[in-house]
Ligand binder design. Structure first.
Ligand code: G3P
Ligand code: CA
Length: 455
């Protein structure tokens, strides 16, 4: 596999097959009861009240006043839309421009968010457009949101216009890591990540396939199988959502969270259709309808996660039978590329590929190593090498993985046979702001190998 930054010319791919001769061929006739997949007809958890831009019906959207109020009203999640400033800071704002919801000096508070520095944006009021009483509200950074609420609430975060924002996904995941929210996102659904951009969600899925993702924007049954490949839920506009759509989604263990529902009659229609939650500017209205079915706060997310897991477990009981030959094979995905490194910007760049493993061995380990004798473990550009070594990890549904580490050590192990397990192999390259970067391509040819101690 060739890792390349800033160029295509030297991109190459190495595919290694590590075969072994079995001491004996084992033919094992299995006689097992076949269990047909029987997905749930409906998810079991209570519907989630998602505070759309906070409590934006009665407070200026995406301000602390709005989030505080949504939490007071019993929101299960508070929503953040992300934009990126000119100097690379994630801020919480719906629009790509400041015009609608920011007030202040025109040079700082009008125009595209990504044309302003954070210092400029912080001069603006985020509340006076809504009501002078909220003139002191500022546009929060995502970090400030995490600092204010910590792990006491659930976050529903949207990558907005991610195709225009440099490494928005990586910056989001880095912020989750910094505030210890990635693992609670995985294990407790404390963070759900949403986007209209399937590419953005697939990028996140490639980096960490465990993260719960919500695909926004589609309410047609035909797209559900594709969504189910990388997302745990669908967030369509509510007008197109009916019981048939919810049923089709649930048959694939896809939760349904329509947006943005402010009318109680529409809320009730959607609850009757079986949705798993909804975005609303008026959390109190939804919770009023839910009554005893309201599970506020962290418990709502935990219940939703448990219901989803139970649904997926039914799928996991697929049919199996027949005889078993011997095989150990590894197939690599497309070459991983970091894209362009930006001088002067401290950032952990992330690139991914896939490694698909089939093994009939009792144990199997996947290792990525650097066979070169010079600048071992570092990306090189002619005579120049990056200061910090390349880091690697792999994650899959069936393998046991660890954190990012240096090349050369096992990154994924299987404690039993595995067939067609697709692991996401992620490479991380830290670059310091003061690191000198030589123009051209930094790359490395790496060796992927499978090994076993018990063939
Ligand atoms: O994210 C759900 C809903 O908020 C999508 O619409 O435009 O309000 O972000 P929008
Ligand atoms: Ca949104």
């Amino acid at each position: 596999m060739s890792l390349i930054a800033g160029g295509q010319a030297r991109r190459r791919q190495i595919l290694l097959w590590n075969d072994w001769s079995l001491m004996k061929k084992t033919l094992l006739a299995l006689s097992l009861a076949l269990i047909a997949a029987a997905p749930a007809a409906a998810q079991a958890a209570e519907p989630l009240a998602i505070g759309h831009r906070g409590a934006s019906g009665t407070r200026p959207e995406h301000t602390f006043a709005s989030y505080d109020r949504a939490i007071e009203l019993g929101a299960d999640y508070i929503e953040q839309d992300l934009q990126l400033t000119k100097d690379g800071v994630l801020v919480v704002m719906h629009d790509t421009t400041l015009n609608r919801t920011a007030r202040g000096a025109a040079e700082n508070c009008t125009g595209a968010v990504d044309s302003k520095t954070l210092a400029q944006i912080k001069t603006c009021s985020a509340g006076s457009w809504f009501d002078p009483a909220y003139a002191d509200e500022k546009i929060p950074t995502l970090e400030e949101v995490f600092q204010r609420y910590g792990k006491s609430v659930n976050y529903y975060i949207e990558t907005k216009a991610p195709e225009q924002a440099d490494h928005m996904e990586e910056r989001l995941l880095a912020m989750l890591d910094q505030y210890g929210l990635r693992e609670p996102a995985v294990s407790e659904w404390q963070v759900l990540i949403q986007s209209f951009s399937a590419d953005s969600l697939k990028k996140i899925h490639a980096i960490d396939p465990r993260l719960p993702l919500i695909q926004l924007g589609d309410s047609t049954d035909a797209h559900l199988p594709a969504i189910a490949q990388y997302a745990v839920g669908s967030g369509p506009a509510y007008g197109g959502v009916d019981a048939a759509y919810v049923s089709a989604a649930h048959a694939l263990c896809v939760d349904v969270h329509p947006y943005t529902v402010n009318d109680t009659a529409a809320m009730q229609r959607l609850l009757d259709a079986g949705v798993d939650g909804m975005f609303t500017n008026y959390v109190d209205r939804l919770n009023g309808l839910l009554g005893d079915r309201n599970a506020p706060g962290r418990q709502g997310a935990l219940d939703a996660k448990a219901a989803h897991d139970a649904c997926m477990a039914r799928f996991a009981q697929g049919p199996i039978g027949g005889t078993v030959g011997s095989q150990l094979s590894l197939t690599l995905g497309a070459p991983a590329s970091f894209g362009a490194f930006t001088p002067g910007l401290a950032l952990d760049y992330v690139a991914t590929t896939t490694a698909t493993t089939t093994s009939t061995a009792a144990d199997t380990a996947l290792t990525v190593s650097d066979p070169s004798a010079t600048a071992t473990g570092h990306l090189v550009n002619g005579a120049f090498a990056l200061a910090q070594p390349l880091q690697v990890r792999a994650q899959s549904a069936r393998g046991t993985s660890g954190a990012y580490g240096p090349l050369g050590a096992p990154i994924l192990t299987y404690a039993g046979p595995v067939s067609g397990d697709v692991a996401t192999v992620s490479f991380r390259q830290p670059i310091a702001a003061d690191e000198g970067l030589r123009s051209g391509s930094y790359d490395k040819q790496l060796t992927f190998s499978l090994s076993t101690t018990t063939p």
